[in-house]
Design a binder for this molecule. Structure first.
Ligand code: BTN
Length: 274
């Protein structure tokens, strides 16, 4: 039997019981709901948000209308990825709640490292890359309460490309999307999901911690790089100088002026971004 035919028979099944057992002491924190197929885990959570407990987590084998930032579609085929949303009610002011996204990015990197040999990096603000290809996207959607200047709830969505999709990535993604590993391993998706959820929960209580910010910065792939900033329909070249304590990207434009970006998009290649 050839190596390829053996691999085809290896299955890595996502299961709520499998994830719960890997969650270990965090199993009591999370309520998990696993779907075979769903439009979008974030959208599903948002429909039911007021009735659900904190740390309720929706996981899907496949999404038919997964979306990312700026309402872009997020490719979510079955059997190769993990698509999940966690309901978080942050007990802190809005500026710290923003750090949830940073916490999720660091949690994703730690989970990937624990479960594979890959060396993930963070592309500000919330994408995870391995060897120059995006393997995970994170989307936090929140209800902002102006009266209390805080987020009452945040739906934290994350999509992982664990394996290469069976029919490959669509043509427009082949240069930019990648997978965490190429080798199927039984139980990998359950372990990865649980590891991400464990780290996310721990970090959610340490959003102001200097260690979280230090790790986020240490894992950033943009610092010192020449990039193209895409902001409000404009694009301009700049050099990334660093990331400040509020997770803003500090850049220097070609004319020497410095800016701190709290949102926007940066591409390392001039015209492509996902
Ligand atoms: C991005 O790359 O811009 C963020 C992608 C976020 C995708 C995840 S998959 C689970 C959750 N449900 C969605 O529809 N989106 C997020």
């Amino acid at each position: 039997m050839s190596g390829t035919s053996v691999e085809k028979h290896i299955k890595d099944q996502l299961s709520a019981d499998g994830i719960l057992s890997e969650l270990r002491e965090y199993a009591a924190v999370y309520s998990l709901k696993l779907y075979d197929s769903i439009e979008s885990t974030n959208a599903k959570m948002k429909q039911k948000v007021s009735k659900l407990p904190e740390w309720y987590t929706i996981i899907a084998q496949r999404q038919t209308a997964g979306h990312g930032r700026l309402d872009r579609p997020f490719f979510s085929p079955s059997d190769s990825g993990i698509y999940l949303s966690v309901l978080i009610r942050p007990a802190c002011m809005a500026e710290k709640a923003v750090m949830i996204t940073a916490a999720a990015a660091v949690a994703a990197c730690r989970a990937i490292e624990e479960c594979s040999d890959a060396r993930p990096e963070i592309k500000w603000v919330n994408d995870i890359y391995i060897n120059g290809k995006k393997v995970c996207g994170i989307l936090a959607e929140g209800e902002f309460s102006e009266h209390e200047e805080s987020f009452s709830e945040i739906v934290l969505g994350a999509g992982f490309n664990v394996y290469q999709p069976e029919s490959g990535f669509p043509e427009e993604l082949t240069d930019i999307a990648g997978s965490i590993t190429r080798e199927k391993q039984p139980g990998l998706r359950n372990r990865l999901t649980a590891s991400f959820l464990r780290h996310l929960y721990s970090f959610s209580h340490e959003l102001s911690s200097p260690e979280l910010l230090r790790e986020y910065i240490g894992r950033s792939m943009l610092i010192g790089r020449d990039v193209n900033v895409i902001l409000a329909q404009k694009q301009y070249p700049a050099t990334v100088l660093g990331i400040d304590e509020d997770c803003r990207l500090i850049i220097r434009r070609e004319d020497g002026t410095e800016e701190s970006l709290s949102f926007g998009e940066v591409s390392v290649k001039p015209t492509v971004s996902i």
